[in-house]
Design a protein around this ligand. Sequence first.
Ligand code: SF4
Length: 514
Amino acid sequence: MILVKLNEANFEYDIYSLIKAFYPRENIIIDVDFKKEALPEEISFRLVIEYSDNLIKLMELNDGVVDLNEGNEYSYVDSIETEYSDRVETKNQLKLLLYKYLSKKTRKTLPWGTLTGIRPTKVPLKMLEERYSGDEIYGFMRDTYQISQTKAALSYGIALAEHELLMNVCEKIGHHKSAKDTSTADLCEDAYSLYIGIPFCPSTCLYCSFTSYPISIYKEMADEYVEALLKEIDFVGANLADKKLTTIYMGGGTPTSLEPHQLEKIFNRIEEVLDTSNVLEFTVEAGRPDSITEEKLLVLRRHGVSRISINPQTMNDKTLKLIGRHHSVADIRSSFELARSLGFDDINMDLILGLPGEDGADIAYTFAEIAKMKPDNLTVHSLALKRSARLNIQWSDYEDMLMENSEECMEMAHKAAKGMGMKPYYLYRQKNMAGNLENVGFATPGKEGLYNILIMEEKQTIMALGAGTSCKYVSEGGATVTRSENVKDVKLYIERIDEMIDRKREKLEEMGWL
Ligand code: SF4
């Protein structure tokens, strides 16, 4: 256990995340309490962070009792001057102070330095829109966040790619730009994207933390679920008719767990009540090969789905079995070939690095096999250990297995994607990722997933429909982002559909769209 005492509640989550990045397996307690107290035996070390006037002081306590009023002995003391009126700057300074201490103590540096948030491209993208030069952005990322040369180059390169794609979206939806206008803040003004969640899968993967229920058990409820979804689609159609629908993304779960007639019903309703004339991209995650049939893919084709995902995660049969996916590598290949033969020319494949029992050779094999199939997009995830996932709950069954991701593995991913003619175009991080690394989306030019950028960079309102989904309402050029959530439980979602719609209505009224 690592104990951190604060003299006031401030930046607790940032402090926690940074310490966790250095000590992923330690329990960390952040405590705003300066009272004298005996410390538990198993404590690894104790820190005190004191905010006062224009100073933040960091101290590591020697063994004994925490009582700041009675002259404790410190084995480490450092401080940093800060201007509290600027909260972002204060947070950056505090994290820098803590990072230097932890780095010295562990003799480690973190590839992403003090950046513990999920969007490492947020700052460079904003700076690009404000017309800072490449050198300035690059330098700022390294000096402010201590990120490695490689990651600074990666986040800057991806921000550049994102910016170009977002500028194209602006043009395509009629926000014409002059040479001087490099801002994409207007994307949220009169346009939105749609997310439809289908919370069913053929089986539950070991690492899954999404809203997903086995379709075999929920089959009877699927028709009612679709009816509830149609109500939400009707609500969007009736209320956002004056807004431009830019992208549609159907995810989950695995949407292709539904029957062809159920998918058809949803697509028909979209076409009936929404204006799809501005839609630039329509993605459906056909993620699991064990959910894909020719009939379903033909339904997708008939309704203008432009992009699908067929997600192997790994090309090793032994791992597929271990992670609870009831399909084989041969099924991945045949589903992919089937989709290609039916005319899908934009297929994404998701992979996970750091799966239980996989070493560098297994990962290299996966990349070699993927390269033979030639997908158009590749999304490479670092395994994230989520609290609700079976992998976490049954941790003792897997803790002895190799579960590492490393810079070398990410490097392998970049080389493999480059070999397939792809470039990185989007990037995000999650909590508790293997190797403290990142998720990167690669694409062949022209096949980038626009929805991914719009949601990740919070550029547009996302109307999210379905159980367990969360709407993001983006306004004031991205300065304000609020959310409304739908209940996760399928039965409750069906029963309380009117309430889910009311939640949306309320938020849309708040932002002045109704
Ligand atoms: S396919 Fe995705 S959503 Fe479905 S169980 Fe596996 S990880 Fe979860």
